[in-house]
Structure formats: structure tokens, C-alpha cells
Design a protein around this ligand. Structure first.
Ligand code: IPE
Ligand code: IPE
Ligand code: MG
Length: 291
């Protein structure tokens, strides 16, 4: 099967599992959670987990709960990011954002519930007894990378640093935390569970760091190009920092550096390469349902 078909199939598996996980209750809270999670989305992070784990011979039976846990965390962060007291965005994935559809109070709680549900799912993930320590390590890593030293810390920088005055170093740190941290966690999850060697794990993290930055540069380019996607609240943006042409050059460079990191692993990583290269396609339809 071609690489894009394999990824499309994985995306279907992820979507189905997320639907199953969120189907147990019909409370207003779960309706809001389903609205947020099942409204589309590229599933970039869970795809990274499935593809990186597969590089080490792991199957979807082991990887899927981790992949879905990461996607739930990502979706909680989007609900909160769109709230009026954050980016104040009325739309997400072409649909009313969670608070527009359910109110700010329910949206806040839906985000909280997705975050806690994610850790419940991670803790319940069935793995061989031999992998128990690895599972503990992953849950700790995900908590760390999603929290104050990672994604939440990045969000803090996003709302507190002035878009006009931010330095290049600050913007890189911001991006690495806000977006890179969860992307790194997604790749690391597959590698740790797959019992990667230290050198392989380092190379995978280097890949994650580079495509994490590339991912946000692409998002910033899209925000600049697309009037509808423009953040209603001005935030630090890569294009404002260095201009469109330079942002595009750097996007390419980070993708190349990410690919080069994979070369060091001597692993079969066609899907990870494809996911990285796809970031260069700026015109790709964001709401595309196939991988
Ligand atoms: C959007 O993430 C927020 C960023 C971190 C840039 P995605 O672009 O992964 O959003 P979905 O999940 O595909 O909608
Ligand atoms: C959102 O970043 C990052 C997190 C939710 C952690 P952005 O604010 O740049 O992403 P969009 O443009 O709202 O998707
Ligand atoms: Mg936003």
C-alpha cells in the first residue's frame, strides 16, 4: 500500500477510536467534547505516535490508546485556546468553536474533561508487563510536555509577549513549547514504547523538535494568507517576525533538518518522512478528511 493510503487508513482507525471513547455518555459535557474532537482535524499527533511506534515494530493495539490520549490533550488545548479570554476565536475547523456552540462555561469544562480523560486513557492502556516502566515514563513525559514547562508554558508566552517586541529566540522558545512539546511527546511515545536506543530516541526527538517548529511556521503562514483564519487577538507570529518569504524558507529548512534527524536512526520511517514533507504543501486543504 502507498504511504498516503496507509496514513489515511491510520487516520480512520484513530477517528473511529476517538468516536468510541467519547460515545459512552450523552450529557451536555460529552456533547461538547464530541463537538470539539469529532469535528475533523488532521490527527497529526496520533499519526506521529502510530507511525513512530511502527518504526520499532509495535502494532496499533498497543499504540492506539496513547495516540488517542495525545489527541484528546490537543483538543482540550484548542477549546481553551479559542475561548474569548484567550484567542477569542469563533470558528475551529470551519465550525463554531466549542464555546460558540455550547457556551463558555460548558466549553471550559469540556476542555478540563478531555484533559483528565486523556490521562485516564493513558493509565488504562494495556501493555505487556515488561513495558510497565516505559508506560510510566511516557505518562510522566506527556504530563511534563503538555504542562507548565511545555504546551501550557508556551500558551503563557503566547498571551504575555508582545507580538511587536518579541525576539527571534523568544519566538522559537514559544513555538517549541506551545506546539513543539506535544509533537515531541507524540513521537517520543512511539519510540519509548518501542524501546528505542538512546541514539534513536535522541534522533526521534530531534525530528519532533524540527517538525514541531515547521508545523507552527506553516500554521502562521496559513493564518497570514487566510483572512478567515486570522487570529482575532493579535499574537506573536512567525511571518510578522521575518516576513513571508523568509518564513517559507525556514519552514523548508526545519522540515529538511527533521528528515536528516531520521537518517540517523537507520529505521524504516517512510510515514514520518511523508508527514514532515506534507508540511511544505501550504495549499493543502486544512479540512481534508483523508489523512
Ligand atoms: C492547531 O493544530 C493548533 C496548533 C498547534 C498550530 P492543528 O493544525 O493540528 O489542528 P487540527 O487538529 O488539525 O484541527
Ligand atoms: C494554538 O496555537 C496552540 C495550542 C492550542 C496549544 P494557535 O493559536 O497559533 O493555533 P490556531 O491558529 O488557533 O489553530
Ligand atoms: Mg489560536
Amino acid at each position: 500500500m502507498e504511504v498516503q493510503d496507509r496514513l489515511a487508513q491510520k487516520k480512520k482507525v484513530i477517528d473511529k477510536e476517538l468516536g468510541r471513547i467519547l460515545s459512552h455518555e450523552d450529557s451536555l459535557l460529552f456533547q461538547a467534547m464530541r463537538h470539539a474532537v469529532l469535528s475533523g482535524g488532521k490527527r497529526f499527533r496520533p499519526l506521529l505516535t502510530l507511525s513512530s511506534g511502527e518504526c520499532f515494530g509495535l502494532g496499533q493495539d498497543v499504540l492506539l490508546p496513547f495516540a488517542c490520549g495525545l489527541e484528546l490533550i490537543h483538543n482540550y488545548s484548542l477549546i481553551h485556546d479559542d475561548l474569548p479570554l484567550m484567542d477569542n476565536d469563533d470558528f475551529r475547523r470551519g465550525q463554531p468553536s466549542c464555546h460558540k456552540a455550547f457556551g463558555e462555561d460548558i466549553a471550559l469544562l469540556a476542555g478540563d474533561s478531555l484533559l483528565t480523560l486523556a490521562f485516564e486513557l493513558l493509565a488504562q492502556a494495556p501493555v505487556d508487563e515488561r513495558l510497565f516502566p516505559k508506560k510510566g515514563q511516557i505518562i510522566e513525559e506527556i504530563g511534563h510536555l503538555a504542562g507548565a514547562s511545555g504546551m501550557v508554558g508556551g500558551q503563557l508566552m503566547d498571551i504575555t509577549l508582545s507580538p511587536e517586541k518579541i525576539s527571534e529566540e523568544e519566538l522559537h522558545e514559544l513555538i517549541l513549547k506551545k506546539t513543539g512539546a506535544l509533537i515531541i511527546a507524540s513521537v517520543k511515545t512511539g519510540a519509548i514504547l518501542g524501546e528505542a536506543s538512546t541514539a534513536q530516541l535522541e534522533a526521534m526527538v530531534e525530528y519532533g523538535r524540527n517538525i514541531g517548529i515547521a508545523f507552527q511556521i506553516r500554521d502562521d503562514i496559513l493564518d497570514t494568507n487566510n483572512e478567515e483564519k486570522k487570529e482575532p487577538t493579535p499574537r506573536p507570529n512567525y511571518v510578522s517576525l521575518c516576513g513571508l518569504a523568509e518564513a517559507e524558507r525556514r519552514l523548508k529548512r526545519f522540515v529538511e533538518d527533521g528528515m536528516r534527524a531520521l537518517d540517523k536512526t537507520s529505521l524504516e520511517s517512510e510515514e514520518l518522512r511523508y508527514l514532515a514533507l506534507r508540511l511544505l504543501d501550504i495549499n493543502r486543504n486544512e479540512n481534508e478528511q483523508n489523512s
